[in-house]
Design a protein around this ligand. Structure first.
Ligand code: HEM
Length: 199
């Protein structure tokens, strides 16, 4: 096996491990009481923050690819995006199952009445559409439509930061840092994004 292939495998394995190990840690941390006095709230926060970090990591790949010119990086975008979606779905599921114990009436009310929940839900729907259309076969079949659809990853990242900001009872510094990173990443891709829309 060539050095390039081994390097690509190591990168790929690293992404899967980085996304899986914190989830595996939860199986020990929850019964051991490591999540503090309100484990449900802590779990929802842990999963939400993980989803946002993975989303931003997936956006970092294209600028890195452009400056480092390491082709193996290209193949990390899809697993990172799918892991972001998995963490976001677990975050949503933890809220549905553990916080609102599947009380569908209450769930509907919360989604309609709380702006940050509605925003999180819209964001999850966008990520669902991106995950469902992420198959290479669909990418080829949809051509330029695929790029226009997947451009939504950028508004989704901004929505994630605003959802984070809105969900806080106090403080703004951490979500503001995430928002700044998102805007810088969008700025780095600005020309490519304008080209997609000029087509
Ligand atoms: C249907 C979808 C969603 C629902 C119902 C939802 C719900 C929530 C709730 C209840 C909280 C905690 C608020 C509190 O402190 O009481 C929260 C926080 C958060 N959510 Fe979501 N969310 C959704 C989607 C998402 C998605 C898709 C992402 C990211 C990609 C995300 C990222 C976050 C982040 C970063 C936090 C703050 C975590 C922290 O404070 O450490 N959420 N969300």
């Amino acid at each position: 096996m060539s050095v390039k292939k081994v390097f690509a495998l190591v990168l790929h394995g690293g992404v899967h491990l980085a996304a899986l190990l914190p989830l595996a840690w939860l199986f020990w941390a929850i019964p051991a009481g490591e999540l503090g006095g309100d484990p449900v709230e802590e779990l929802i926060h842990f999963l939400g923050l993980g989803a946002l970090r993975l989303l931003l990591l997936s956006l970092l790949i294209s600028p890195l690819l452009k400056s480092l010119k390491i082709a193996a990086l290209f193949k990390l975008r899809r697993p990172l995006g799918l892991w972001a979606y998995t963490w976001a779905s677990l975050h949503f599921f933890a809220w549905l199952a553990l916080d609102l114990v599947f009380e569908w009436g209450l769930i509907g009310e919360e989604i309609i009445q709380r702006s940050y929940i509605l925003l999180g839900f819209c964001l999850w729907l966008i990520l669902s559409a991106l995950a469902l259309t992420s198959l290479p076969r669909l990418m080829r079949a949809m051509q330029s439509k695929w790029q226009k659809l997947h451009w939504w990853i950028y508004p989704a990242a901004i929505m994630g930061c605003i959802h984070f900001w809105w969900s806080l009872k106090s403080g703004w510094l951490e979500p503001a840092v995430y928002l700044l990173i998102t805007l810088v990443l969008i700025g780095l891709r600005q020309q490519k994004l304008l080209r997609i829309f000029a087509r």
